[in-house]
Design a protein. Structure first.
Length: 210
């Protein structure tokens, strides 16, 4: 197992992932499931956030309690499918900033094509979590993290729902310092670079397009 890959086997995540894969799941439920899984994954992916002690006055007495130690977060979804994960993670960390990187996959070469990039101006002060439901060839994820690293953030993590072994290998080779969090590590890519067994095209299923 790749040391930079974390496969989240929590029963709630795995249960929801089954319905996400089902071809009969409609767009409304698919969107809800993507958001719910992203929220559950974010809970695990932020487990290492540092804490500091503060004094809190309860209705009964003063107590020593803990808060996150001043770390600022930014979520960066890869458009368009990554948008489906944003509401879920923001429900846990509403103060985080959100950047956007737009890419699409060339149908002939299967290589990522950039068309948009807008990131928070203070990214160097933030821990970044990149969001994309699928890690297939790894091309888009590698390109996105290349762009983010130019802004010198404090740290970067990559969070996806489904990953292919080929994508994990390519990504962790290109960015060995970035941890990958996924809910399912699938078997392989097919000849068209789609993940098997996968869940189809995440963007099309989120937005109801073909």
């Amino acid at each position: 197992m790749n040391k930079k890959l974390v496969v989240m086997d929590h029963p709630l995540i795995q249960h929801k992932l089954t319905f996400l894969r089902d071809k009969n799941t409609g767009s409304k439920q698919f969107r809800e499931l993507v958001s719910e899984i992203a929220m559950l994954m974010c809970y695990e992916a932020t487990r290492d956030l540092p804490l500091k002690e503060v004094i809190t006055e309860t209705p009964m007495m003063k107590a020593t309690t803990k808060v996150i130690a001043g770390r600022k977060l930014a979520f960066v979804p890869i458009l368009r499918a990554g948008l489906g994960m944003v509401d879920g993670v923001l429900s846990l960390i509403p103060a985080a900033k959100v950047g956007h990187i737009g890419m699409y996959r060339d149908p002939e070469t299967h290589q990522p094509v950039d068309y948009y990039c807008k990131l928070p101006s203070d990214l160097e002060q933030r821990d970044v979590i990149v969001l994309d439901p699928m890690l297939a060839t790894g091309g888009s994820a590698i390109d996105a993290v290349d762009k983010i690293k130019k802004f010198n953030p404090r740290s970067i993590k990559f969070m996806c729902i489904i990953a292919a072994p080929e994508g994990v290998e390519a990504f962790t080779t290109a960015h060995p310092d970035v941890e990958v969090y996924c809910a399912g590590l699938d078997d392989k890519l097919n000849d068209h670079c789609y993940i098997l067994p996968g869940l189809g095209d995440a963007g099309d299923r989120i937005f109801g397009t073909k």
